[in-house]
Design a binder for this molecule. Structure first.
Ligand SMILES: *[C@@H]1O[C@H](CO)[C@@H](O)[C@H](O)[C@H]1NC(C)=O
Ligand SMILES: *[C@@H]1O[C@H](CO)[C@@H](O)[C@H](O)[C@H]1NC(C)=O
Length: 505
């Protein structure tokens, strides 16, 4: 019946064409059509404009400090991850710049010290993210997100075109719903230009995590909340808003928008379905109406550089003007169509869950030495077939599915069942499982092909720029050229490469 009337047929065709166009248009083309253009657009995984062919991000490699830009494979396409893999082969890489695709030059770079926290780097800056911490595929093509460990952050205090004062704006971000903590603040959005807390209403940023000190949502978290400065808001006021439901899908879309005495946030699964409105209504009392937005851009930190949080960022934008729900719905449809999926976190010689292994050092000094424990200290010792049974057991580890991420591994002591190798303050220890989220993350490690061409190098899941390294006989998680003495670049590739064999015991 539908096609018996020509006018209905035409309407159907137009509707289908509109659906195809709006699904295929890139996020910033959709915002532009809606009258609220992107004024900043950041992604390490893909172009956010149909025609964008420029650089998405820059990486710097540990071997010689050289940098290269990573661009989309085609106009509007997915990042050329293979170019990164080639450039970073046999060394480490950090993400040094996340370029703004909008043309406004609102690039994100290493965050400077702020009112709340100085970063751990020598100049007080925060850490840069590893370039390999968040591998994904988009419709089958490999790309890398930005894996933010605690004390990692990016910022731009010299912006162009971002909303200030009470001007309207919109934001969205695609995040990892399983990577978060309870510490302030894994944010993306509008913040202070001084890196300092300048008062209520001076920020408008998407927060993701389970920090409950000012607001909380329904269930146990994590939640999308609005960091409006001096408060993470789940709804109208500080406190609980059950409508701000827990967002625990692997990929999460989060939106936030604000205009005079009105703000709204929405969220959903970035791989299917639509967005749920989590809050839409008036501003909180006490300095939020009018807003005093400052226009700087943060990623992974709070406005005052509070840098204790963790999370993963894949893509996000900031707009000029208050986007309609319909515009955001089209953006969500585009994100779903982008086809985010997980991919392997490990490479190199494979490990078998349940097997016992021993790990031999490959640095010239130490090729008869294995990773052992003495009490809670994890260290190198000479071990061989003539060693005592006790020492053989101390040098043997049962491979377990990663306690904090099933795509990686944990290593349980053969002679002390229930105790695992974990990192704490960047040193490895043997500790009993206390059942906490932090312990499970601290004990999760992702092996890859050895950086010196031998065996495996084993990176921390939660600090992917850091690999197991022996230094003066003690085991650390070390960053190539990081701020600690055990981060020394001398012999780094050798010190982080271990040949894995069947366990001595
Ligand atoms: C940050 O704020 C504190 C107190 O609000 C103030 O004492 C300090 O001078 C500020 N620092 C900067 C760099 O503005
Ligand atoms: C075998 O290991 C023991 C320590 O367990 C060490 O004393 C001995 O020198 C080693 N033997 C060889 C041949 O390396």
């Amino acid at each position: 019946m539908l096609f018996s009337k020509p006018v209905n047929r035409l309407n159907s065709v137009l509707a289908v064409l509109f659906l195809i166009k709006s699904t295929l248009a890139a996020p910033c083309n959709i915002y532009s059509s809606g009258g609220t253009p992107c004024v900043a657009a950041h992604s390490t995984t893909r172009a956010l404009y149909d025609a964008y062919t420029g650089a998405l991000y820059q990486v710097s490699r540990g071997s010689d400090g050289a940098t290269t830009d990573i661009s989309p494979l085609s106009a509007g396409g997915v990042a050329n991850a293979a170019a990164q893999d080639t450039f970073c082969a046999s060394t480490t890489c950090l993400i040094t710049i996340i370029y703004d695709q909008s043309g406004n030059g609102n690039h994100l770079t290493q965050a400077p010290p702020g009112g709340e926290a100085s970063g751990p780097e020598a100049n007080g800056y925060d850490y840069l993210a590893s370039a390999i911490g968040a591998p994904v595929t988009l419709n089958g093509e490999k790309a890398y997100g930005v894996f933010i460990s605690p004390k990692t952050g990016y910022r731009n205090d010299a912006f162009t075109g971002i909303a200030t004062g009470d001007e309207p704006e919109g934001l969205y971000a695609v995040l990892d719903g399983t990577h978060y903590n309870t510490v302030c603040c894994f944010d993306y959005g509008n913040a202070e230009v001084s890196n300092n807390d300048t008062g209520n209403g001076h920020m408008e940023a998407i927060y993701f995590g389970a920090d409950t000190r000012s607001g909380s949502g329904g269930g146990t978290g994590p939640w999308i909340m609005a960091d409006l400065e001096n408060g993470l808001f789940s709804g109208y006021a500080a406190g609980n808003n059950d409508a701000d439901v827990t967002m625990s899908s692997r990929f999460v879309t989060a939106t936030l928008k604000g205009e005079t005495d009105q703000w709204a946030m929405r969220g959903g699964d970035a791989t299917s379905g639509s967005l749920t409105t989590l809050y839409s209504g008036i501003r909180p009392a006490g300095g939020y109406n009018p807003m005093s937005k400052e226009g700087a851009i943060i990623l992974g930190i709070g406005g005052d550089n509070s840098d204790g949080a963790q999370g993963t960022f894949y893509e996000g934008v900031m707009t000029s003007g208050y986007p309609s729900d319909a515009t955001e719905n089209s953006v969500q449809a585009n994100i779903v169509a982008a086809g985010y999926a997980t991919t392997s976190l490990v490479s190199g010689p494979g490990l078998t869950v349940g097997s016992s292994i021993s790990l031999r050092a490959t640095t010239a000094c130490c090729t008869t030495k294995y990773i052992t424990h003495s009490g809670s200290t994890v260290e190198l010792q000479v071990v061989n077939s003539s060693s005592t049974t006790a020492l053989k057991q101390q040098a043997s580890w049962t491979v377990r599915t990663g306690l904090g991420n099933s795509g990686c591994y944990s290593f349980e002591s053969v002679d002390t069942p229930g105790s695992y190798i974990r990192h704490s303050n960047s040193q490895l220890f043997l500790n009993a499982n206390d059942g906490t989220k932090l312990f499970s993350e601290d004990t999760t490690f992702c092996p890859m092909a050895g950086l010196n061409g031998q065996g495996n190098s084993i990176r921390s899941w939660s600090y992917p720029s850091r690999f197991w390294r022996h230094y003066n006989g003690i085991l650390y998680i070390a960053a190539n050229g990081g701020p600690d003495t055990f981060d020394s670049t001398t012999l780094y590739n050798d010190d982080v490469s271990f040949v894995i064999s069947a366990g001595f015991a």
